[in-house]
Ligand binder design. Structure first.
Ligand SMILES: Cc1cc2nc3c(=O)[nH]c(=O)nc-3n(C[C@H](O)[C@H](O)[C@H](O)COP(=O)(O)OP(=O)(O)OC[C@H]3O[C@@H](n4cnc5c(N)ncnc54)[C@H](O)[C@@H]3O)c2cc1C
Length: 252
């Protein structure tokens, strides 16, 4: 079974993000990490591939830098990586990103595509569904459990009240929530092996994709500061004030 996992490299959230002068785009340094969200997808992909005589290929679009984040995912055990990097992708929106990723995935071939539900830096939460549309497959989204058997994929789909059980046949795109599996930490051997694993670099020309990546950020402003909270002194009847407040906010 051919498993493709979409992984995004992001600037380390431990360092304050900076925006480029003029374009207001996120500055993407050479040192980027694997988006934590995608560690779950990689782990899920590895477990499903292991149980189904499969391989795991990583696909990532964006400025590669030193590909540290991709190496992290390879060190977990993925077999190879494809990075799509092209100057014309500066300012790419989610639709462009999904078209480019889909072209690379189609070129590679796949039975199962795994993505996170929402990235940590862009968090538009639309790429998996768009990918499925481009690839002509069903999208099984918000999976908190994934099983494969006899060419069928069954997921527990997270809902507000619990979960739905949803099943379809391969090929399919599945988006996984954090917590679907516990991602492994790369071993020393895994880290050493990752240095020798194949990493293919592709451009838009290689994929035959034409884009109009012309999204502009016209202005930015600081997020409003948090309003001061309301302090309730407990004279033995404070619960009434809290209940009234919750009712006012329509929480209860
Ligand atoms: C203003 C702006 C400027 C941008 N500039 C660039 C640029 O210069 N170069 C560039 O390449 N892109 C650029 N992008 C694209 C951007 O980084 C995202 O990849 C894209 O918009 C997807 O949005 P998201 O992360 O919110 O996706 P979500 O739908 O929140 O992501 C869900 C999942 O989809 C997968 N996924 C998402 N994005 C990628 C990816 N890029 N590669 C692999 N898997 C992915 C991951 O598994 C992720 O967990 C830009 C976007 C914007 C808005």
């Amino acid at each position: 079974m051919k498993v493709v996992v979409c992984v995004k490299q992001i600037p380390d959230p431990a360092n304050p993000y900076t925006l480029e002068e003029g374009t207001h785009w996120l500055t993407r340094p050479d040192d980027q990490i694997l988006d934590d969200t995608d560690r779950y997808g990689v782990e899920m992909g590895l477990q499903l591939a292991q149980g189904n005589e499969g391989t795991v290929t990583l696909v990532s679009m964006g400025p590669a830098g030193n590909a540290q984040g991709i190496r992290q995912a390879l060190a977990m055990g993925a077999d190879k990586a494809i990075i799509i990097e092209d100057g014309d992708l500066r300012g790419a929106d989610a639709l462009t990103t999904s078209r480019v990723l889909a072209a690379a995935i189609e070129r590679e071939g796949f039975d199962l595509v795994i993505a996170g539900t929402e990235s940590t830096d862009g968090y538009s939460g639309v790429i998996p569904q768009m990918l499925a549309e481009h690839l002509g497959t069903p999208a099984l989204t918000y999976a908190k459990k994934v099983d494969i058997g006899d060419g069928t994929v069954t997921i527990d789909r997270q809902t507000n009240d619990g979960y739905d059980v949803v099943a379809t046949e391969l090929p399919v795109v599945v988006s996984v929530t954090a917590g679907v599996v516990e991602p492994r930490y790369p071993t020393f051997k895994g880290i050493m092996d990752a240095k020798k694993k194949p990493v293919e670099h592709l451009t838009l020309t290689d994929l035959g994709v034409e884009t109009s990546a012309d999204q502009k950020v016209v202005s930015i402003s600081d997020a409003p500061g948090r309003a001061a909270g309301k302090k309730v002194e407990d004279d033995g009847e404070a619960y009434q004030a809290i209940v009234a407040l919750l009712e006012e906010r329509k929480v209860i």
